[in-house]
Design a protein around this ligand. Structure first.
Ligand code: ATP
Length: 138
C-alpha cells in the first residue's frame, strides 16, 4: 500500500477524468447517507446520490457536483464513476439555471399528462441542475 496517510481521489465520467487529487478525506452522499472516508478506511462500494462530493486536502476543500454513479474505495484509492460531474469552477451557472427552469416546466407538463416516465426524467434533471447551482454558489 502507498503512503498510508492520504488517499488518491479520482472522478471519471464518459467524457474522461474530471478530477484527480490526493486528499486527507473525501465526503460523499451515498444512497444510505453521508460517508466520510479517510486513509485506511475499509473497502467500500456505494451508489451515490446526485449531490456534491467534498475533497479535503492541504487545509482546503474542493467541491465537485457529482450526478449519481458510484464510489469504489480500496487500498487508499477512491474512484467515483458518474454519468456527469463538474468541478466548481467548471460549472456554467446560467446553463444550470436554464436547465432548472426547463425541468420545472417539464415536471408541470408531466404531472398534467400523468406521464410517470417523463416526470421521473424531469425530476432527475432538476436534481442535477440544483446540484450544479448549489456547488457553484458555495
Ligand atoms: P443541460 O440540459 O444543460 O445539457 P443536463 O443535466 O442535461 O444539462 P448532462 O446530460 O448531465 O446535462 O451533461 C452533459 C454534459 O454537459 C456533461 O459533460 C456535463 O458535465 C456538462 N454540463 C451539463 N450542465 C453543465 C453546467 N451547468 N456547467 C458545466 N457543464 C455542464
Amino acid at each position: 500500500m502507498a503512503d498510508s496517510s492520504v488517499i488518491n481521489v479520482s472522478i471519471v465520467t464518459p467524457d474522461g477524468k474530471v478530477y484527480e487529487h490526493t486528499a486527507d478525506m473525501i465526503v460523499v452522499s451515498t444512497q444510505s447517507g453521508q460517508l466520510g472516508i479517510m486513509a485506511n478506511h475499509e473497502p467500500v462500494i456505494a451508489t451515490l446520490d446526485v449531490d456534491e462530493t467534498r475533497v479535503k486536502h492541504d487545509n482546503n476543500e474542493d467541491e465537485i457536483a457529482v450526478n449519481g454513479g458510484f464510489i469504489e474505495f480500496s487500498n487508499n484509492a477512491a474512484t467515483i464513476v458518474a454519468d456527469s460531474a463538474e468541478c466548481q469552477s467548471d460549472i456554467d451557472v446560467a446553463r444550470a439555471e436554464n436547465a432548472r427552469q426547463r425541468a420545472e416546466r417539464l415536471i408541470e407538463a408531466a404531472r398534467k399528462q400523468n406521464d410517470k416516465q417523463a416526470l421521473d426524467r424531469a425530476q432527475v434533471a432538476l436534481r442535477r441542475a440544483i446540484n450544479r447551482i448549489n456547488v457553484a454558489k458555495k
